[in-house]
Structure formats: structure tokens, C-alpha cells
Design a protein around this ligand. Sequence first.
Ligand code: SF4
Length: 402
Amino acid sequence: MNAFELCIVKVTAFCNIDCSYCYMFNAADHTHERVPRTMSEAMALRLLDRIRDYLDAGGRRRFHLTLHGGEPSLWPLPAMRGFLERVRALNAEGYHLTVSMQTNAFRYDERLFALLAEHGVSVGVSIDGPREFNDRRRVTHRGAGSYDRVMGNVERILGGPGAGVFQGFLAVADPTIAPAAFVDWAAALPVTRLDLLWPMDFSHLNPPWDDGDEAAYRAAPRFGHWFAAVFDAWMAKDDPDLHIRHFYDCIAHYLGSTRHIESIVNDGVPMFVVNTDGAYEYHDYLRPHADGACRTGANATDHPISVLHDDPLFRRLLALAEHLPADCAGCDVRAVCGGGFLPGRTGAPGMPRSVLCHDQGHFFAHVSRTLARLGVPPAEGRAAGTGGIPRPLLGGRVAVAA
Ligand code: SF4
């Protein structure tokens, strides 16, 4: 049986900035109004007990916890310390628990970063491109841009006791940014490691095309073209120190990597979320659909994690490879795409192929064609027949662009 390997821990239910696209506070879900503002230390320790019991029952030792929110850096320091000390104690007993934190870095507390460094917590900072673009979406509660303050705090992190914890940046795709300018910006960051995300706000309830005109979108998939152009600009820059994770992951997959990576492959999603009240929840991807859409009815106070294996949606997510959408069966990039990044598969019964199919299909095919043109041999079965062009797109109007 596939098992959970990762838990997103919502240690706060509030944030010190107000991003326009935030699925926690600016979408249909208002769970944050009904749960505690912060997770209590007791609840965090209860969750660790549940994880220990879950690992014991499965004869396993490894598990990853991502501290999330809201804004996790606002979790009171004593709770953070108590949580990390318990993680350390469990690891001393032979478990292998790892912890990361995704922060907006709008606030810098040297004591926090010293603590994170002491416990080996890795930290990623969210920022959405150059200042003028970031500041359209990642704004304060008064609508001001956040870029300068965040980048100032990044410098403070890198100059302080927590320098070693900083893993890099995370940005959500923005096709309004010129691809070459985006790559130049990434190359000038103080740490040139970037995670580039597909947008999470599109689903079958909110597709990326206007007025139901999917055919026109298929011919010119906005995000797919943008990702391909950023990939080309990154390749042209030929800077081995500029690490854009999604591109490395795609190349690794082309060369034969079988590692499961979120946003590609999509053969299983071995994660669940725990909110500040200890409730076990589905992934955040469901929050835009309805108020309470993530709630499962189970929680860390009363239930072992194993109850989630009885939940039909979690069962499906844990074995997603067995549920490849029928539309994807003949697609040449299905091994890397797997039906698409999960948010785009939500909002319709049965999790059909992603509404970003045209985007992701275009991009994955572009990567494999580019590598093939450069003479890089694919691993067996990784770029078949058509040069990786997904068959649904061949049946459509997409230009087979170089
Ligand atoms: S590109 Fe489209 S058809 Fe191919 S696997 Fe992805 S979602 Fe399915």
C-alpha cells in the first residue's frame, strides 16, 4: 500500500501580507476564520506522536514536514522550539524526520533563523519575479508592494546565523514577464536557486481560456508558451549556477530519473495537510472550490493518520498512476505529465486531465524536442515517436513550434 510521506503543517491561520491569488485567504474557503490563529505547541507535539505511530505501523522511518500557513515565521518562537526539539528527539530514536519552511520573508527574526539553523530546517522564500511584477500580486494588507522589504530580509538571512538554511526562491509563473527578463532577474538573485511553479488557480471550474474557447487556447497555450520561452532563455544563458528546479527535474526525467516530483510525473500525491486545529485536510488545491472543501472530518486529536487510507480521495491520490485520465492514454508525454499538475485536474468528477493540458503538453514536448535536437539521447520510452508531442495536441491546432 502506498503511504503518506509528507505533511503540510499549518502552524498559523493568518498572514502579514495579502497576496491577490492566495488560496488561503482570498478564495472560497474561509476555514481560517473558524480555526485557531496559531497551532498550539501541544497540538504540534500530538501530530508528531501521530506521525511516529504511523511510521511504526508501516515499519518505516522517513517523513517530511513542511511548516506552512498563513505565514509560518509568525508561529510563536516557544512553540517552534518545542516542536523542533521533539523532532530532534524522535530522530535520536532512529526516525528520519526532516522539516522545511516556506516563508514570505516579510518579517525577519534573527532568533528564529538561528533556531532553524540549529535544527537543520531548510527555508524557501516566495517571490514572484522582478519588483514591478511581484508587487502587483504580493502586496501588504494596505496594498503596498513587498519586494524591497523581502529582498532586504533575504540579505539579513544570508548575513545572519541562519544563512545555511536558505535553499532558494519560489515563484509562480507570470506570462506578463518577458522570458529573457525573467531569467536575467533569476540569475541576479543573491541565491540562484529558483522553484518555478505552474499556476494553481486554474481548474475545471476556472479554465485558463476565455469564453469557453478552448480550441483557440489549444492553438496558443499562454503558460505553455511562456514556460517554453523561459526554458529557451535559460538554455541560451548557459549558466550552470542558475538552477531552475522545474527545468532540471524535466531534464532528469528525460534522462531516466524515476523520482516522483510534484508538478511532473504525478503518479501519486503522498501528502496531507494539518490545520491549526489539528484537523487532517486535503491538499490546498481544493480550497478555491468551496468553503470547507479541504476538511476531511478527521483530526490529530482523535484519529490516527491511518484513517486517511479509508478516504476515497486520499486513496486515489496515493495511487494516482492507476487513474491516468482516459484522454492521456495515448499521449507521448504522459510519463512526465501524468495527466497534469493536480490543481488543474480538480473541479470535475473523476479528476480528468488537467485544464493546463495544452500548456504542459506544449512545454514537455518542447523540452524533449530541444534536448533531442542537441543530441541528448532520452532514456528508453521517455520521448517516443512524435518527438514528445502529446497526441491530443496533434489532433488539435497547435503549431509544432521549435
Ligand atoms: S499533456 Fe495532456 S494528454 Fe498528455 S498526459 Fe498531460 S494532461 Fe494528459
